[in-house]
Design a protein around this ligand. Structure first.
Ligand code: ADP
Ligand code: ASP
Ligand code: MG
Length: 457
C-alpha cells in the first residue's frame, strides 16, 4: 500500500479536490490510503475564532464560523450536486452546530485552554476528510472515511501531542488494513488524533505530513507521497527566490535538516517514521502531477555541488546570556537550559564564549517571562526580528574552504551567529530579518547556478 497526503492547497476548493481524486484514481492498484489537511487557511481561521471567543468576543467568533460554514457548504454542494448534497448536508450541519456551541461556551467562560484549542482546530481536518470522502465516492472511488481520532493515539500534550506508536499501529492495523483488504480507499484527516482517554489532540502546525508518515510506517507503506503546491523540494523557497530549482533526490538527513530550519514544504518530524522503516517519501505537485517531484531516500546519490538547498527560518529572537564573573562556571549552562525547558521554549542555534552564551529561539510571547527568569542567573538581553539561514548538503563534510566561500559572498552582511552542526551537513548563521531576500538571492546565485543534472532538475 501507499500513503497519499494532500495539503491544504491541494484540497482548497472543488477543483482541487477533483484534481486529487484524479491523481488517486491513477494509483488505485497501489492501494492508497489518503490523508488530507484542512482546506487552505481553515486552521488559521479556526484558531482565530477560538481566540476571539476566548477573549469574550462571541460576535466575531460566530461570524468567522459562519463564513467557514458557507465555504464548506459551497465546496460540498459543487462537488456532490443537489441530490447527494441534500443527503450529506445534515452531517456537516451537525458539525457546525457543535462548533458554534463550543465557541459560545468558550466565550461564556472567556478562557481558551490548549485542550479546547485542539478541539476547535480539529474541525478543519474533520470537515475536509468528510467532504473529500463524499466527493471521491461521487467521482466513482470506493472511499471510506476513517476518523483519525480513532487511530492516531497520542500523549496529552495539547497542540503538539506526540504519537504513541504502539497504540497507533495497533489501531491502524485494526481499522485501516481491513478497508484496504476490502478494496476501499480509506480517507483520513491529518494533524489530529486523540489521547488514550479519547480527548482530541493535534500534533503541531503543519503536522499532516507527519500524520502521513505515522500512517505509512504503521501500515508498512511502500511509499509516502506528500502532494503540495510546488514541484517538490526546491533549492530554496520559490516564494523567496524565483530561480529556485527542483531537487530530484535528497537524503533523509538533508531533508530533515531543511525541514527543521524552515523549509515548510515538509513538517520536520515527517522523515522520522519513514527512516525507521526505510520508506521512500516523495514530494509532488497536485497542480502538476506529471512532474516527478522530489524523492527522499536513505542515501542520496553523489552530487558535485556542495549544497542541496538553502532554508530560512524567520521570526527568530537571539537571547544573549552573559555571566560577568562566573565565567561559565560549572552548572551555569545547565541552569540556562533548565530555564528554557521550564518555559517550554526550544533552542535552535547556540554559541558560547568564555563569559556568555547566545541562543536563538522562535519569537513567542513567552520570551519576556523566560528572560525574567534567566535574569536570576546572569545578565540577559534579547533581540527579535532575526532569521536563521541554513545551507544543507552531505558534501559539506568533504569540502574544505566552503565556509570562506559562503561568508565571502556575504562580506558586507552583518552575521550575528555561526554554527556548523554536529551532523556536519549544515552551515547555519543568523542575520537580520530584513536582509533575508538579498542574502538568499546572493547565495542562490553563487552556489546554485551551475547544478549537477543528476540531482537537480
Ligand atoms: P501544504 O499545504 O501542501 O502542506 P505548505 O504550505 O505547508 O503546503 O508547504 C508548501 C510551501 O512550502 C510552498 O508553497 C513553498 O512556499 C514553501 N517552501 C519553503 N521552502 C521550500 C523549499 N525548499 N522547497 C519547496 N517549497 C518550499
Ligand atoms: N491544517 C494543519 C495546519 O494548517 C495541518 C497541516 O495542514 O499540515 O497546520
Ligand atoms: Mg504543510
Amino acid at each position: 500500500m501507499i500513503v497519499m497526503k494532500f495539503g491544504g492547497t491541494s484540497v482548497e476548493n472543488a477543483k482541487a479536490i477533483e484534481r486529487a481524486a484524479a491523481i488517486v484514481k491513477g494509483r488505485l492498484e497501489q492501494q492508497p490510503v489518503v490523508v488530507v489537511s484542512a482546506m487552505a487557511k481553515v486552521t488559521d481561521q479556526l484558531l482565530a475564532m477560538a481566540r476571539a471567543a476566548g477573549s469574550g468576543d462571541r460576535k466575531t467568533a460566530l461570524k468567522l464560523c459562519r463564513a467557514l460554514q458557507e465555504r464548506h457548504y459551497n465546496t460540498a454542494g459543487e462537488l456532490l450536486g443537489t441530490a447527494l448534497f441534500t443527503e450529506f448536508h445534515s452531517d456537516l450541519a451537525a458539525d457546525f452546530e457543535n462548533l458554534e456551541e463550543l465557541l459560545r461556551g468558550i466565550s461564556a467562560v472567556g478562557e481558551l485552554t490548549p485542550r479546547t484549542t485542539d478541539y476547535v482546530a480539529a474541525f478543519g481536518e474533520m470537515l475536509s476528510s468528510k467532504i473529500v470522502t463524499a466527493a471521491f465516492a461521487a467521482l466513482g472511488l470506493a472511499s471510506a472515511l476513517v476518523d483519525s481520532r480513532d487511530c492516531i493515539i497520542t500523549d496529552s500534550t495539547h497542540m503538539r501531542a506526540a504519537p504513541l506508536f504502539e497504540e497507533t499501529n495497533g489501531c491502524l492495523q485494526a481499522r485501516v488494513a481491513p478497508l484496504l483488504a476490502a478494496g476501499k480507499v480509506p480517507v483520513m484527516g491529518g494533524f489530529i488524533g486523540s489521547s488514550k482517554a479519547g480527548i482530541t489532540t493535534t500534533i503541531g502546525r503543519g503536522g499532516s505530513d507527519y500524520s502521513a508518515a505515522i500512517i505509512g510506517a504503521g501500515l508498512d507503506a511502500g511509499r509516502i507521497e506528500i502532494w503540495t503546491d510546488v514541484d517538490g523540494m526546491m533549492t530554496t523557497d520559490p516564494n523567496l527566490c524565483a530561480d529556485a530549482r527542483r531537487i530530484k533526490v535528497i537524503s533523509f538527513d538533508e531533508a530533515a535538516e531543511l525541514a527543521y530550519f524552515g523549509a515548510k514544504v515538509l513538517h520536520p518530524a515527517t522523515v522520522l517514521p519513514a527512516v525507521q522503516k526505510n520508506i521512500p517519501v516523495y514530494v509532488l505537485n497536485s497542480r502538476n502531477p506529471g512532474c516527478e517531484g522530489t524523492r527522499i531516500s536513505a542515501r542520496a546519490p553523489r552530487c558535485r555541488n556542495s549544497f542541496k538547498a538553502i532554508a530560512v527560518k524567520k521570526r527568530i529572537t537571539i537571547v544573549d546570556v552573559a555571566a560577568p564573573r562566573m565565567q561559565l562556571a560549572h552548572g551555569f549552562l545547565r541552569g540556562i537550559f533548565e530555564t528554557f525547558d521550564r518555559h517550554a521554549v526550544a533552542v535552535d542555534v547556540v554559541s558560547t564564549s568564555e563569559v556568555s552564551v547566545s541562543l536563538t529561539v522562535d519569537s513567542t510571547e513567552s520570551i519576556p517571562a523566560l528572560a525574567a527568569d534567566l535574569a536570576k542567573l546572569a545578565d540577559v538581553k534579547y533581540e527579535g526580528r532575526k532569521a536563521i539561514v541554513c545551507l544543507v548538503g552531505e558534501n559539506l563534510r568533504e569540502t574544505p574552504g566552503i565556509a570562506a566561500r559562503v561568508f565571502g559572498e556575504l562580506a558586507d552582511v552583518k552575521i550575528r551567529m555561526i554554527s556548523q552542526g554536529a551532523s556536519e551537513i549544515n552551515l547555519t548563521f543568523v542575520i537580520e530579518e530584513d536582509v533575508v531576500p538579498e542574502v538568499v538571492r546572493r547565495l542562490h546565485k553563487a552556489f546554485f547556478s551551475d547544478l549537477d543534472a543528476e540531482v537537480f532538475a
